[in-house]
Design a protein around this ligand. Structure first.
Ligand SMILES: *Cc1c(COP(=O)(O)O)cnc(C)c1O
Length: 950
């Protein structure tokens, strides 16, 4: 090992480990293993054409230099993004803290109580501010939330509306342009007609099923929608409101005037603009619509001893289970950013948030008055933080713009020559004065220095909020930094993350998220930049985006790429929209079927439906491969209707199917496209790629294969890479005058986290990436070889090897001992491990993906734990342990039980909590016993105010 070779730090297996592992697997060399795992006809002949790998130090210098090419001006552009101040206590203890950013989506609730509590705090805040009873714990961004609202209202149409074909969605013209664009992308394939107009003039006709309005609107005006909403409801029409979350501390919230859905962004609650993302969108609705709501909901539940705890509720309506019938395709969302926004609300409390909003509002009012004196006309009469101004005859927008830019100020320039100013949390009286002087110079009027901004309110009385919010004690207790820091720490200690042990979740690729990759994110030149600044202020981002796009093309073997989608599932939807546009362009727009293997991830069928397609399932054979005959038959039978095949490679079973090229050929012969789900790309990078295999399009999960951390359920980036013929249909952006297939609010989606993947690829280089892939396959095969004689491995490739993950058989155990795969998952917690993927893609199994980042020691400790658990199962099977009271069905054993004065089990406390020696060194103390999965669903309590009836 060389001390400065990054790949040697990223990859856990050393040269010395290799022989032991190869021997166990039964091959002579790594090359032999790879050649027996991956079909010969798809192997790359040449190394990836990437530049030489950088050291950590070289990369740090390089990325700092790129960042310095961004110019950080004061942006008053608004339009959905606002400068904000991230409290350092949150930045340091959450955003920059691997326990928070490397943890997984909280499916295993017993070891996720910290982030579950943080997320229910977020939901409580949203529910309070919007005055809606039910909020989810984030969506991807404001614009996708708008599209979700459209889909949800469409799904909620009455029977009569469905029968009469009520397919019109009304969208008020005063909505942010990017929201409208993303709604359009969604509406078109679903057969929804979007009617854009002035809400005041709308005549409700029976074809309208829903309305979307914005509060305050695109021009900054606060409209009074009460009468409109009442009229809509009379006409049987739902109303969704895009609301500025901070403004709701001052304005009558939509929940109090009858809205059915309220959504928006929480970026301005302490999340840097990051050139557009990531930040968390929120989504709230009425209790009666809970089963139709997109996204995840955290709810209260109880553990088996009756202690109150949290868990993700209503998982049964998610795409994992409901597939094409799911409420939405959303999987990865924005958990880390929602966590931060929730903490921001806790840190400031209701008075603090109100003070921030009031301060902004007072300055805006004052500025409006002063600008009127200078001869500017205020176009919006009632406002929160935004002024829309008409210019005096002698001031051209160009003149104003030149002066503003010379003072390093960005304003919003509307197409009709009017100008917008949106103030924010960071705006000071000095900033107001500087703004005023810019407008003064343009108007050739002198302005006076101001020291104190008077406290002027201009919100109409009838729109002023009178109801209270954030009254739960959680929003009162942590207003000092010491208290806040300790609260964050207290939650953090309840969660297992990669900082504790290997998280071997199959399909999720929980690899190292190196500090060198994460550090650049804290650079103000990446953080504090508005997505709609003039190009010459974002040169650093442009270079980053260009370089990263090139890297991804090289890795996938494709010709074009879009970085816009904010998650893998969003990438799937985008890829299918691209295919749709392409097919339409060649007169094949009638093709309406997507063929999906039975083993596919639930997001595949859910995304197909979202892109307006119907799905057709093809079977898998007993080896876990796509049943070639069934595929051929179905493809031929539906030859003229088939739009695409969606296939995961290596398969979700972790196997490199040998027929993959033939599969692609069959589909192409039908005139259809091949979509590759790239979630398993960690088994391909540097060895093969979708371009070589013969696919037309793929998405990548940068938050799996390419080192972006999982964040407890987001953020993510789901780039879509395409072959040459699909390039013309890649997403554009309305702010570039080209809204085609736009899928995210920001032109480059979650640009703020691109430095992570860029760092990973720059520092790994071609050789490092290839070695990472080989090692991931090595590690999976080592685990398979070590566990095959006890549990057994469900699927193997032709030569008896697995890919980068493997499925552990647990069904026989259940038959013989009554112990389920869930019991094994829970028991692993007592050993300090997060469970592998449970019952996906095969029911009654565990899917393990170790990744290349784990050391042989850690792999061996995990194997040892699994084997010890096997012995515990044997005790039950052979009758040496009770079937009703054993370490497995009672797992996990929480700390309070272990130290309690009562101990009634038939085994010792020591066996319960220290099952192997190594646990003593690294004990993870669990806070709650096994959680009741049904209680929280029967009585959904999605906020901190909830109480179970006793
Ligand atoms: C993770 C995953 C997805 C979904 O990706 P998200 O980023 O969570 O939306 C899709 N397909 C497969 C096979 C996956 O493992």
């Amino acid at each position: 090992m060389k001390t400065d070779v990054f790949a040697d730090r990223h990859i856990g297996i050393t040269e010395e480990n290799l022989s032991t592992m190869l021997e166990k697997i039964g091959v002579n060399s790594l090359e032999e293993l790879i050649s027996k795992t991956i079909p010969e006809n798809i192997l790359l002949k040449e190394p990836l054409a990437l530049p030489p790998a950088m050291t950590e130090h070289q990369f740090a210098t390089h990325i700092t230099q790129l960042a310095s090419h961004n110019k950080i001006y004061k942006s008053y552009i608004g339009c959905g993004w606002y400068d904000t101040f991230t409290p350092p206590v949150i930045q340091r203890n959450v955003f920059e803290n691997p326990v928070w950013y490397t943890s997984y989506t909280p499916y295993q609730a017993e070891i996720s109580q910290g982030r579950l509590e943080a997320l229910i705090n977020f939901q409580t805040m949203i529910s309070d501010l919007t005055a809606m009873p039910l909020a989810n714990c984030s969506l991807l961004d404001e614009a996708t939330a708008a599209a979700e609202a459209a889909t949800m209202m469409h799904n909620l149409r009455s029977r009569a509306q469905q029968k009469s074909g009520a397919n019109t969605l009304f969208v008020d013209e005063e909505i942010f342009p990017q929201n409208l664009a993303v709604i359009q992308t969604r509406a078109i394939p679903q057969g929804i007609t979007v009617r854009v107009g002035n809400y005041k003039e709308l005549e409700f006709t029976p074809d309208i099923f829903g309305c979307i309005i914005q509060y305050p609107n695109n021009s900054g005006n606060i409209e009074d929608y009460r009468e409109f909403t009442a009229r809509a409801h009379e006409a049987g029409c739902k109303v969704a409101v895009d609301a500025d979350i901070l403004s709701l501390t001052l304005l009558v919230p939509p929940g109090e005037w009858g809205a059915d859905i309220v959504f928006g962004s929480t970026q301005r609650l302490g999340i840097p603009m990051f050139y557009g993302g990531p930040s968390a969108a929120y989504f709230a609705t009425r209790d009666e619509f809970k089963r139709s709501m997109p996204g995840r909901i955290i709810g209260l539940s109880k553990d088996k001893y009756g202690h109150l705890c949290y868990r993700m509720a209503l998982q049964t309506r998610e795409q994992h289970i409901k597939r094409e019938k799911a409420t939405s395709n959303i999987c990865t969302a924005q958990a880390l950013l929602a966590t931060m926004a929730g903490f921001y609300a806790i840190y400031h409390g209701p008075e603090g948030l109100k003070e921030i909003a009031t301060r902004i509002h007072h300055m805006t009012t004052w500025l409006g008055n002063q600008l009127t004196h200078l001869g500017y006309t205020q176009k919006n009469i009632s406002f929160f933080d935004t002024l829309r101004l008409g210019l005096p005859a002698h001031v051209s927008p160009q003149k104003l713009r030149t002066i503003a830019l010379s003072k390093e100020i960005n304003l919003r320039y509307f197409d009709n020559g009017e100008v917008g100013i949106s103030l924010n949390e960071t705006t000071t009286p000095a900033d107001c004065h500087q703004l005023l002087s810019v407008f003064g110079i343009a108007a050739e009027e002198s302005v006076h220095e101001v020291y104190d901004i008077p406290q002027q309110d201009s919100i109409p009385q009838e729109l002023c909020r009178t109801s209270s919010y954030l009254s739960h004690e959680i929003f009162q207790k942590y207003h000092t930094e010491t208290e806040m820091m300790r609260y964050i720490k207290r939650l953090e200690r309840k969660d297992i993350s990669l900082a504790h042990s290997m998280i071997s979740l199959g399909s999720c690729t929980m690899k190292l998220n190196a500090a060198a990759e994460m550090l650049p994110l804290s650079n103000a030149s990446w953080m504090n930049i508005h997505p709609l600044v003039p190009e010459d202020q974002a040169v650093g981002y442009t270079e980053l985006i260009t370089n990263l796009s090139e890297q991804l093309k090289i890795v996938t073997g494709f010709a074009g790429v879009t970085l816009q989608p904010n998650s893998g599932a969003a990438g799937e939807y985008t890829g299918l929209r691209i295919i749709r546009s392409y097919l339409e362009s060649i007169g094949q727009g009638h093709r309406h079927l997507i063929l999906i293997p039975a083993s596919a991830h639930g997001t595949n069928p859910a995304s197909a439906v979202q892109a307006g397609y119907e799905t057709l399932t093809c079977a898998c054979d007993e080896h876990g491969n796509v049943d070639l005959e069934d595929l051929r038959t179905k493809a031929e039978e539906h030859k003229d209707q088939l739009a695409a095949l969606m296939i995961t490679y290596p398969s979700t079973h972790g196997i490199f199917e040998t027929d993959i090229k033939e599969i692609c050929e069959i589909i192409h012969k039908c005139g259809a496209q091949v979509y590759m789900d790239g979630a398993n790309m960690n088994a391909q990078v540097g060895l093969t790629n979708p371009g070589t295999i013969g696919a037309d399009v793929c998405h990548l999960n940068l938050h799996k294969t390419f080192a972006i951390p999982h964040g407890g359920g987001g953020p993510g980036v789901g780039p879509v890479c395409v072959a040459e013929h699909l390039i013309p249909f890649l997403p554009g952006h309305v702010h570039f005058g080209h809204p085609q297939n736009e899928v995210s609010a920001a032109p480059y989606g979650s640009a703020g986290i691109f430095p992570i993947t860029y760092a990973y690829i720059c520092m790994m280089g071609a050789e490092g990436l290839k070695r990472a892939t080989e090692t991931a396959i090595l590690n999976a095969n080592y685990l398979a070889a070590s566990l095959k004689d006890t549990y057994g491995v469900v699927y193997q490739g032709k030569n008896g090897f697995v890919g980068h993950e493997m499925i552990l058989e647990c069904r026989k155990i259940h038959e013989e001992s009554g112990i389920t795969e869930n019991d094994i998952a829970k028991r692993l917690m007592d050993y300090g491990y997060h469970a592998p993927t449970l019952s996906f893609p095969v029911h009654g199994t565990l899917m393990i993906e170790p990744t290349e980042s784990e050391s042989l020691n850690e792999l061996n400790n995990f194997i040892h734990s699994m084997q010890q658990i096997w012995k515990e199962i044997e005790e039950v099977r052979q009758g040496n342990a009770s079937r009703e009271d054993n370490v497995l069905i009672n797992a996990p054993h929480p700390e309070y039980e272990a130290v309690g004065s009562q101990w009634t089990h038939t085994y010792s406390r020591e066996k319960a909590v220290y099952p192997i020696e190594s646990v003593r060194e690294n004990k993870f103390w669990i806070n709650v016993a096994r959680i009741d999965n049904t209680l929280g669903d029967r009585t959904l309590l999605p906020t901190r105010y909830g109480k179970f009836e006793s």
